[in-house]
Ligand binder design. Structure first.
Ligand code: ATP
Ligand code: MG
Length: 443
């Protein structure tokens, strides 16, 4: 079940928003509504489901309604219409006291220019969020210290904000949010004021933290590369409406309209698309299979090689048609003697950019192997090239099915198979820098 459900939410700014609402519901544009009624349509019929533990990015041009939508989630901005559900509970129906409590316990916010209290130490600033929540002094201190440790600022605990760089101050803001134990972080352009190098560092840190903390993060940014790097999914807003919600690969592979496409045209797809994006389902044989079984399979499917797996589907190696034929001629009963162990492997998260040199060196397809050594897919040259050209049939995100059927040929003589992903997507993983290895020997 989604943790946060946004159900047909509207926000109009102006003295009589409910009168203008009818126009918004009738699909009138932001411009027209402003002209006719003097009301600003900031959020226009947005429906979303944000999953627990995902980083959900909201992107869009300035004024498209990102911050307003974010503030509607904990009702810092009161929606004009529609509902917000948190774990199934209707936040929009909560009376003031309950709302205040919910806001304190469940939500933490980090902004672009995080306002630190200048006369408090770094530690005091991090404690502040807990003080407001009425946490006692000892636990406050301990939690604040832990949070500072987490963001790498423990040794600055007794310094004052004025002594810190912009990046460090932003980190204190993050520590304050983390210290609260709130399970939902709302981050509005949290890294946008940082210079590029520090910004990338903070992004990496956030991803690392998130791997441990598994909070739900709603993250606003103007920056597509930041969105692609951080987002499990990305919502793109235009004039108050959400025009697309998709995985990073999905946004690149099938932009919903020209507006989205204009964001994505300059993106280097090889840094975003991963082995998971383009992989195909591999044909396999078992080591105990006879060479003739393997040969028949390869012949039927027009393959020049197949991967060999064990009972648990862990990768054992690869057999080529030539080798299988040779083994059959020698009268061997199993494939054991001809299994090549030094097949190239990568993780599902390996980016195409990191795959290119591996593919280039390898006469065979690359085996995509999960963290337990199980074969989950196959990537051949043609898939990498198609992915780079943006002509890829993007695989569904994890959990929603298997990759498309393998064609398996490593010479590029394939048909572009695959399925396209449903628009609502799922929490697909797209992280930079998976590991690529050329495996030697047994795994
Ligand atoms: N308090 C307010 N009163 C009136 N209009 C508002 C208010 N807050 C936002 N707006 C208007 O609502 C629309 C959406 O603003 P919002 O701040 O949500 O955009 P944004 O996508 O966050 O933009 P930015 O990227 O510049 O932060 C804009 O047209 C803005 O002028
Ligand atoms: Mg904003």
């Amino acid at each position: 079940m989604a943790q946060i459900v946004v159900d047909d939410v509207y926000k109009l700014f102006g003295p009589r928003p409910h009168e203008a609402l009818a126009l918004a519901r009738a699909g009138r544009s932001k411009d027209e509504i402003l002209r006719r009624t003097g009301h600003t349509l900031a959020v226009a019929g947005v429906s979303l489901a944000i999953e627990k533990g995902e980083i959900f990015v909201i992107m869009g041009l300035s004024g498209s309604g990102k911050s307003t939508l974010l503030r509607c989630l904990n009702r810092l901005v009161e929606p004009t219409a529609g509902r917000i559900l948190l774990d199934g509970e209707d936040v929009t129906a909560l009376p003031p006291r309950a709302l205040l409590q919910l806001r304190r316990e469940r939500f933490a916010m980090v902004f672009q220019h995080f306002a630190l209290l200048p006369h408090r130490t770094v530690l005091g600033n991090v404690e502040y969020g807990l003080e407001v929540r009425g946490v006692d002094a000892r636990r406050r201190r301990q939690r604040a210290l832990e949070a500072l440790e987490t963001v790498g600022l423990a040794q600055w605990a007794d310094s004052y904000p004025g002594e810190l760089s912009g990046g460090m101050r932003q980190r204190v803001g993050l520590a304050r949010a983390l210290a609260t134990d709130a399970d939902i972080l709302l981050m509005d352009e949290a890294f946008s004021a940082l210079d590029p190098l520090i910004r990338r560092e903070m992004q990496d840190e956030l991803l690392q933290l998130q791997a441990e903390l598994q909070r739900t993060i709603v993250f606003i940014t103007h920056d597509l590369s930041e969105a692609l790097k951080l987002g499990d999914r990305i919502a793109i807003m235009r004039d108050g409406r959400v025009v697309q919600v998709d995985t990073p690969e999905g946004v690149l592979a099938r932009p919903a309209d020209d507006y989205v496409a204009s964001f994505t045209e300059d993106v280097d797809r090889s840094k975003v698309f991963t082995a998971r994006t383009v992989m195909r389902r591999p044909e396999t044989v078992r080591e105990s299979d006879g060479p003739r079984v393997a040969l028949r399979k390869m012949e039927e499917l027009q393959l020049s090689s197949v991967f060999v797996v064990d009972r648990e589907r862990r990768l054992r190696g690869l057999v080529t048609a030539d080798d299988a034929l040779e083994a059959a001629r020698r009268g061997e009963r199993t494939l054991a003697a001809v299994v090549r162990r030094d097949v190239p492997t990568c993780s599902p998260e390996t980016t195409l950019r990191d795959l290119i040199p591996v593919i280039a060196r390898s006469p065979w397809p690359v085996a995509v192997v999960d963290e337990r050594g199980r074969l989950v897919g196959l990537v051949a040259r043609v898939q990498v090239l198609a992915g780079m050209a943006g002509e890829v049939a993007v695989n569904p995100p994890e959990g929603s099915g298997e990759p498309a059927q393998a064609h398996g040929r490593d010479d590029g003589a394939s048909t572009a198979g695959g399925r396209s992903q449903s628009a609502d997507g799922g929490a697909g993983q797209t992280r930079e820098g998976g590991d690529v290895s050329v495996a030697g020997g047994d795994r």
